[in-house]
Design a protein around this ligand. Structure first.
Ligand code: CA2
Length: 144
């Protein structure tokens, strides 16, 4: 089964600032971690990052019929984007919502997620290991 990992705005800046919130790992090393895990488990994984809402919607739409599961960290669009939520509903592909930080312990404006109610799970506060946990959940192997 092919899995699509989607990262939204500013996640390409990981490791550059705010290590106390997002850790020291940079985006390339996050991608390597996901790819290494995929190789170990024989998963076909595509990783995609964009800072643009419409591009993220396009990518979700392109997944229709081609992808068995989605791991998505929409970044700040989590808290604002009905378009991304609608795209995920439209393609009807099981997805896991991921956040590197524990958003429940952060600002009020981060308390809303437009994608949470239809996600099969939400993983947060585990740093970049949360992506691996999300892959395990998608594969039905629910442990970190
Ligand atoms: O915790 C997460 O994974 C977030 O989705 C990350 C988003 C944030 O807007 C969400 O509320 C929670 C931010 C992406 C990374 O932003 C950076 C900011 C400064 C330096 C590096 C990354």
């Amino acid at each position: 089964m092919k899995i699509l990992v989607i990262n939204g705005p500013n996640l390409n800046m990981l490791g550059i600032r705010q290590p106390e919130i997002y850790g020291n790992e940079n985006y390339e090393s996050l991608c390597r971690k996901i790819e290494d895990y995929g190789r170990e488990k024989n998963l076909e994984i595509e990783i995609y990052q964009s800072n643009h809402e419409g591009d993220l919607v396009d990518k979700i739409q392109e997944a229709y019929g081609n992808v068995g599961g989605i791991v998505i960290n929409p970044g700040a669009y989590t808290h604002t984007s009905i378009a991304i939520a609608d795209a995920l509903s439209a393609v009807n592909i099981p997805y896991v919502e991921v956040h590197i930080s524990d958003v429940t312990k952060r600002e009020n404006f981060r308390q809303i997620s437009y994608i949470r109610d239809k996600a099969i799970a939400t993983v947060m506060g585990l740093g970049t290991n949360g992506y691996i946990k999300a892959l395990k959940i998608l594969m039905g192997d629910n442990f970190l």
